[in-house]
Design a protein around this ligand. Structure first.
Ligand code: FPP
Length: 251
């Protein structure tokens, strides 16, 4: 497990991070809601509701800090296999967020984009997505991507299918399919690839999150459960990121 310097208090990180070297794009796997609830003898849905509150606070803080893009993993293509009542609770939280977020995100000048296979979602969620994306489309200060019915492999498959169609129609030759072309066919090619991916809750995997874009992302793990994740933890992750040497395959 990657640990921070224990001698530093959380609050110290605010003064230590270099504001000129912030990660442009941070991906967050919001994991640990279920365990947070279980530890307190509460239903998992309460853990997700607390997770949604942590999400709100972290997005707000990241925006104030000057992070340009944040992508949060809210629901994966694999999450449908959870019990029906848990899926329903998650969908209801998401719907609520899409409604509440409309004016909140527009006021914060934040552009909200949903990435994932949105075709497979309920009509009311699809309507919520259309409204929030439309009302925040001119947001300039930050891009908030919510990964919803998202799978990294599915994102790559969908890009490959688009490229194959272009080749079949004669628009491109098969050998034109390269890194640059595939990148341009991902769900939202307008954002830079994630510099930093955060996964709390003590797990050490990407779980099908941003597989294409994470080729050179710095990964940061911690055993904090997502509902307990604070602005200080975000600062710690950024501090740690800034201590690393990113070589992108070079020396
Ligand atoms: C993983 O924790 C978390 C999820 C599958 C859902 C994440 C959703 C939210 C934080 C709330 C809704 C989001 C928005 C954008 C309003 P887990 O359930 O797998 O936890 P566990 O591993 O402890 O069981």
């Amino acid at each position: 497990m990657i640990r921070f310097n224990k001698k530093k208090k959380a609050a110290d990180y605010s003064g230590l991070i270099d504001r000129n070297n912030l990660p442009k794009h941070i991906g967050i796997i919001m994991d640990g809601n279920g365990r947070w609830a279980k530890k307190r003898g509460l239903p998992r849905s309460i853990g997700h509701a607390e997770g949604a509150k942590a999400f709100d606070k972290i997005i707000d803080f990241a925006g104030k800090l000057g992070i340009k893009v944040v992508t949060c993993y809210a629901f994966s293509t694999e999450n449908w296999s959870r019990p029906d009542d848990e899926v329903a609770a998650l969908m209801s939280l998401l719907l609520q967020y899409l409604k509440d977020g409309l004016t909140k995100m527009a006021d914060k000048d934040t552009k909200v984009i949903i990435i994932g296979d949105t075709k497979g979602l309920n009509e009311d969620i699809k309507e919520g997505i259309r409204k929030i994306e439309d009302s925040t489309k001119d947001g300039k200060s930050m891009v908030l991507q919510i990964a919803l019915n998202y799978g990294g492999r599915q994102e790559i498959i969908s890009a490959a299918q688009k490229a194959a169609k272009m080749a079949v129609s004669g628009e491109i030759k098969p050998e034109d399919i390269d890194d640059k072309l595939l990148s341009s066919l991902m769900y939202n090619p307008d954002v830079p690839e994630p510099d930093l991916i955060i996964r709390p809750s003590g797990e050490f995997r990407l779980s099908n999150f941003l597989l294409w874009g994470s080729a050179y992302s710095e990964l940061w793990f911690s055993d904090i459960l997502w509902p307990d994740f604070t602005a200080d933890d975000l600062l710690k992750s950024i501090y740690d990121y800034q201590q690393r040497s990113r070589r992108f395959g070079g020396i």
